[in-house]
Design a protein around this ligand. Structure first.
Ligand SMILES: *Cc1c(COP(=O)(O)O)cnc(C)c1O
Length: 377
């Protein structure tokens, strides 16, 4: 690959070198769990056993490091597995400071599991950098956030929070699942680690699960996470690695279309009398609009909105759509709608009248007709 390429070209070519043994242009899928070695155990190639690594995973990890502008990437069985390994890699006695609006699965990790690994955690409102500074403790090892957030689409200032982290000698970890590197590159803004649920936009077709950590610098943090992955086994399957590689090839086109469709839908929803609030960072009245405009190239395919009339009306809208599918998850080609509080269950912090939408790649006109039709009754 030539050295200085734009991201769209890197997405197409990273980890896609033609197979040297056959000339195959599409990457080979290596399913082997074991690799021949010398009688004395010396490696013949780079591989020994699938839990340690495999060639299809290596291609994906090279691609991930290239697209996020990191030095090293590690693939995992899921986004949550990637996060769990990161937390397990922190020194015993460490503290994690996290933004209060994060993926609900990570909230569970913070509340129910971190202490078992000898790590404490506390929440702050990271839309206010002053509270982040005040929340830092002498043992704070990492500040953890996602932006835009799930499901309220809050926007956090990555560059500002990176400065605050580094002044406290803590790492900044950014879950970049919603934006993807097509729209936002946290490492360029100073983040130390980027996390992905590759189950979402990177895979892009609602048919695989995977997670990733991408480290700005190679070294102790990445090596420690890699050792834990091998020791405890949160590995990705080669088939999923292969499908994610395929998803990455079209990521730039997909994110542009997801973003254009979501902006059109958000603008239409904003005008509807039955909608109390639309949470989408591309709307000028969104409180994070200016930061989003500075740190993102477009505003992404996720939005949520609050329906006037509360829980009953919101669930009613979700029950009347025909093109949108009532389903969890996000980032696929098809549009999904979900009443989040119901899915998050007891203890959910999400308003009862909120519907979250993953805007797919259909015609924006059809999506608007479907959702506005469901609101109009
Ligand atoms: C889905 C999701 C996760 C968890 O990823 P899994 O692959 O489901 O484990 C983490 N963060 C965000 C923002 C997500 O949307």
């Amino acid at each position: 690959m030539p050295k200085k390429l734009k991201l769209e070209s890197i997405l197409v070519h990273a980890g896609a070198e033609t197979d040297p043994t056959t000339g195959a242009v599409a990457p080979p899928l290596h399913l082997s769990t074991t690799f021949e070695h010398q009688p004395d155990g010396e490696l013949l190639n780079d591989y020994i056993y699938i839990r340690n690594g495999n060639p299809t995973q290596t291609r994906l990890e090279q691609a991930l490091a290239a697209i996020e502008g990191g030095s090293t990437a590690l693939a995992f069985a899921s986004g949550l597995a990637a996060g769990a390994v990161y937390f397990q890699s922190l020194a015993e006695g460490s503290h994690v400071l996290y933004h209060k609006d994060i993926y609900h699965g990570f909230l569970t990790t913070m509340k129910d599991y971190l202490h078992k690994w000898g790590v404490s955690a506390s929440a702050v409102d990271a839309t206010d950098p002053g509270s982040v500074r005040a929340g830092i403790r002498p043992n704070t090892a990492a500040i953890w956030l996602e932006t835009p957030t799930n499901p309220r689409l809050q926007v956090l200032d990555i560059a500002r929070l990176a400065q605050i982290s580094h002044a406290a000698d803590a790492r900044l970890v950014v879950d970049n699942t919603f934006a993807t590197p097509v729209l936002q590159r946290p490492i360029e803004k100073g983040a130390d680690v980027v996390l992905h649920s590759m189950t979402k936009y990177l895979g892009g077709h609602s048919d695989i699960q995977g997670g990733a950590l991408i480290f700005a610098e190679s070294g102790r943090d990445a090596e420690s996470a890699s050792r834990i992955r091998t020791a405890l086994g949160a590995v990705l399957s080669p088939f999923n690695a292969w499908l994610i590689l395929r998803g990455i090839r079209s990521l730039a086109c997909r994110m542009q279309r997801h973003s254009a469709n979501a902006l059109a839908l958000a603008r239409r929803l904003e005008q509807h009398p039955a909608v109390e609030r639309v949470h989408y960072p591309g709307l000028t009245r969104h409180p994070g609009f200016e930061i989003a405009r500075d740190q993102m190239d477009a505003f992404g395919g996720m939005l949520s909105f609050e329906v006037a009339g509360g829980y009953e009306r919101a669930v009613g809208v979700a029950s009347r759509v025909a093109l949108f599918i009532n389903a969890t998850s996000l980032g696929g080609t098809e549009s999904l709608i979900e009443h989040r509080a119901s899915v998050e269950g007891p203890g959910s912090q999400t308003p009862g009248n909120l519907l979250r939408v993953s805007v797919g790649l259909e015609s924006a006109d059809d999506l608007i007709d479907d959702l506005i039709g469901a609101l109009d009754v």
